[in-house]
Design a protein. Structure first.
Length: 337
């Protein structure tokens, strides 16, 4: 019995010794907060500038990084091939921090008369009505010629009409059928153009707007719910923009994303689901617990002789919007050896 107790005691000492050698190593690295979705609200018209994600919509989606400062040649709207020479602001009531709902009016601007007339022309059914009228005439003629063809064929059976008359009438039927098919195709294209113009007008002026009584006011609406993150200091009533410019930024702030770049050696030790502790420099005394939601498999660009870094991502609830975009933080992860 005494020998058995000694063996048990020795095993307990060995277990305690092994447990002492297995300890957790804590690594800490820098991170930064980002809005998961961010929209850059720009000019509300199409230009001939470089085609991009915002072409024709006035909205750039999923912009995570802040704009890099670089020398960009300022060009006027006309030089960029715009369909508007200027953007005269009528109202811009929102300020930074204001919540916005989807399709909410952000900016109201004066619509130039030539643009208003172009929109009314696009919304007009005159072309569509003209094609429908022409199609009805051709179909009526086709019905008459077909009836005449039946009469000619009956008369030809009795040798009361020359065969050439039957053949010429049949050729007229074929010509009318080709004209009918052409008008039907043109009518379908005109209908699609008109329907698209109505959709665009409803998105610009509101779903309840009578498209036959368009106001000389254009609206820029929020593409999604979120908060106003930034506004152009010149975005005030009476301001007339004549050069390409961003007007405001809209973004979602709950949840927020935290991104960090980690060394290639550390990237091999981390995986999705690992618990992390985040402490923001601007919020001393507060820590946030979460887990890693993404570990990139592709390294960030680097010179051949330099080590590679991989981006990881964490999601943090932010119901009170206390975490702002761009806030730096320390991200701590415990690595078990």
């Amino acid at each position: 019995m005494t020998r058995m107790k000694s063996l048990c005691g020795l095993l307990a000492v060995l277990v305690v010794g092994l447990a002492a050698t297995v300890h957790a190593e804590t690594v800490t690295f820098l991170g930064k907060s980002y809005c998961p979705i961010k929209y850059d609200i720009t000019w509300p018209f199409v230009t001939k500038a470089d085609k991009g994600r915002m072409q024709g919509s006035g909205v750039t989606a999923n912009v995570y990084e802040l704009p890099k400062e670089q020398a960009v040649e300022q060009k006027s709207a006309i030089e960029l091939g715009s369909d508007m020479s200027r953007l005269l602001i009528l109202s811009a009531p929102l300020k930074v921090g204001d919540p916005v709902s989807e399709d909410q009016i952000l900016v109201a601007y004066e619509l130039p008369l030539e643009n208003l007339m172009a929109e009314k022309q696009a919304l007009s059914r005159s072309e569509l009505n003209s094609l429908e009228h022409g199609l009805s005439i051709v179909e009526n003629q086709l019905a008459q010629v077909r009836q005449h063809q039946a009469d000619l064929e009956n008369m030809a059976a009795d040798k009361a009409v020359a065969p050439n008359d039957v053949r010429y009438n049949a050729q007229e039927i074929e010509a009318l059928m080709l004209q009918r098919d052409y008008l039907m195709e043109e009518r379908e294209l005109a209908k699609q153009r008109h329907d698209n113009a109505v959709i665009i007008a409803k998105s610009k002026y509101g779903k309840d707007q009578d498209i036959h009584k368009l106001p000389r006011v254009g609206y820029i609406r929020a593409p999604s719910a979120g908060y106003v993150l930034w506004t152009n200091s010149s975005l005030v009533p009476g301001m007339a923009f004549t050069k390409q410019a961003s007007l405001m930024s809209i973004g979602r702030m709950d949840p927020m994303l935290v991104r960090a770049s980690i060394h290639e050696i550390l990237a091999q030790k981390l995986k999705v689901g690992d618990p992390v502790t985040i402490a923001f420099h601007a919020l001393p005394g507060k820590t946030f617990k979460t887990t890693i939601s993404k570990v990139d498999f592709v390294a960030q660009p680097a010179m051949l002789q330099q080590p590679s870094f991989y981006e990881i991502e964490m999601s943090l609830p932010n119901p009170n919007q206390g975490i702002k975009e761009g806030m730096r933080c320390d991200v701590s992860v415990e690595l078990a050896n």
